[in-house]
Design a protein around this ligand. Structure first.
Ligand code: LLP
Length: 416
């Protein structure tokens, strides 16, 4: 559930009329709802009950520091994949001791930076990375807390680009090889084995693959215990899907409780790394219709947002709802392809949508709070959108619209 609702004909973000926000801040505009973020975060946090647990929000989904700060104030942990994300967490007032560091390509500099901040755990993705963490930690005279990311080889049944738990993917260590690597890790002087983690993919709409993966990981936990390696936490990754169209993913509470239940009787801290499930429906992208173009076999609504602002439709053929900000009954509804101004056929936000609109109207692309702004770019030299957070009847500009001179900031001409 989110807090973007229609009152009569007008769309509201919490108590703020979206049309007024668009007027005040311009378009394209990302709008986030604080109440929605908090509601979704609490669903994960509360579902774990009395079990020691940590919700490590996946920063990649939306890394605006105001978003991170809302979660930091709730006591959230964070799942990061780069030094940049870690620096954002710190800037936002997050606690580095609640940070897990994922990703297949951590550099020595990133490892040193995270070690010096005293993060909770490195989610190690390969034997080579383990060696590197050992050597960086040794150089700094520190002990690195680690977990091995295992690949349980389950099919998440999601889009191939965001499926990560199969053997053929680049992520993690195969679950069969994991015991050997744990044994080796236990011999390393500057490594402290803490846990195990897995992440099988994103936008999963069924609970079964999560539970299958967990069963396999728990088997590994038992096997390791028999070999004298006791783990203190299990990190189940992220991946819970949201409703973009007519998907029916389990509710975060249902998902989180089912997982927590599997750990009954075990002395393990539970870590979740949700990204999309917290943020997707906590944000919309507002855009203005510049032109209506009627061609022989298609109608186009040409809008001022484009694939550089929201790449999910172009990259994954993702479907996101597009609704008018003000409902009209004075124009007829027609089928439109909603497209941006970028010079690529792939630059669309939605195809074949029934809309009653004319030029100058505002549209809201829903479920845009996750993997929206963070995947945006300056392609076609388009300044990136502004971002606003609403909180009840207040709105705050949490990122200014980029200026044109920022586009070439850092570039320079050749000498004469
Ligand atoms: N943990 C790890 C290790 C991950 O790789 C990811 C996402 C997450 C947690 C968070 O997953 P979530 O709860 O958000 O599903 N850009 C794509 C999604 C890529 C997800 C990458 N990893 C999209 O727009 O659909």
């Amino acid at each position: 559930m989110d807090f973007f609702n229609r009152k009569q004909h007008s769309l509201f973000a919490e108590q703020c009329p979206v049309a007024e926000l668009a007027k005040q801040y311009g378009t394209p505009l990302y709008i986030y709802s604080r109440a929605t973020i908090e509601r979704h975060w609490h669903a994960f946090d509360q579902a774990a009950g009395e079990r020691p647990h940590l919700v490590c929000y996946a920063v990649k989904a939306n890394s605006n520091i105001a978003v991170l700060n809302v979660m930091a104030r709730l006591g959230s942990g964070f799942d990061i994949v780069s030094k940049g994300e870690l620096m954002r967490v710190i800037e936002a007032g997050g606690d580095p001791k609640k940070v897990v560091f994922s990703g297949v390509g951590k550099t020595s500099e990133e490892i040193a930076f995270a070690l010096n901040l005293g993060i909770y755990c490195f989610n190690v993705e390969s034997a080579a990375e383990l060696e590197r963490i050992q050597s960086v930690a040794q150089g700094l005279n520190k002990v690195a807390p680690i977990s091995l990311r295992v690949n349980p080889d389950v099919d998440a049944g999601t889009h191939p680009y965001i499926s990560t738990g199969l053997k053929e993917n680049k992520f993690g260590i195969s679950i069969e090889q994991a015991p050997e690597l744990y044994q080796y890790a236990s011999t390393l002087s500057h490594i402290n084995i803490q846990g195990v983690d897995c992440h099988i993919g994103s936008q999963l709409t069924e609970i079964l693959p999560f539970l299958d993966a967990l069963d396999r990981v728990l088997k590994l936990v038992d096997e390791l215990a028999e070999q004298g390696i006791a783990l203190s936490h299990i990190d189940v990754g992220g991946g819970l899907g949201v409703c973009y169209d007519d998907e029916q993913p389990p509710h975060p509470k249902e998902y989180a409780e089912a997982i927590a239940q599997k750990l009954t009787g075990r002395d393990l801290t539970l870590i979740y790394e949700p990204g999309r499930a917290v943020m997707a429906n906590a944000g919309i992208l507002v855009t203005e219709v510049e032109y209506i173009k009627v061609s022989e076999d298609r109608n186009f609504a040409i809008v001022d947002a484009a694939m550089n602002d929201l790449i999910r439709p172009a990259l994954y053929q993702a479907w996101q709802a597009i609704i008018p900000v003000e409902q009209r009954d004075d124009v007829a509804s027609a089928q439109y392809d909603v497209v941006g101004p970028i010079c690529e056929t792939g630059d669309f936000l939605g195809k074949d949508r029934a809309l009653a609109i004319s030029a100058g109207d505002l549209l809201a692309i829903r479920s845009a709070g996750a993997y929206g702004f963070t995947m945006s770019s300056n392609y076609n030299s388009r300044p990136r959108a502004a971002e606003v957070m609403v909180d009840g009847s207040e709105s705050y500009l949490v990122r200014k619209r980029e200026t044109f001179s920022q586009l070439w900031q850092g570039e320079s001409l050749l000498p004469l």
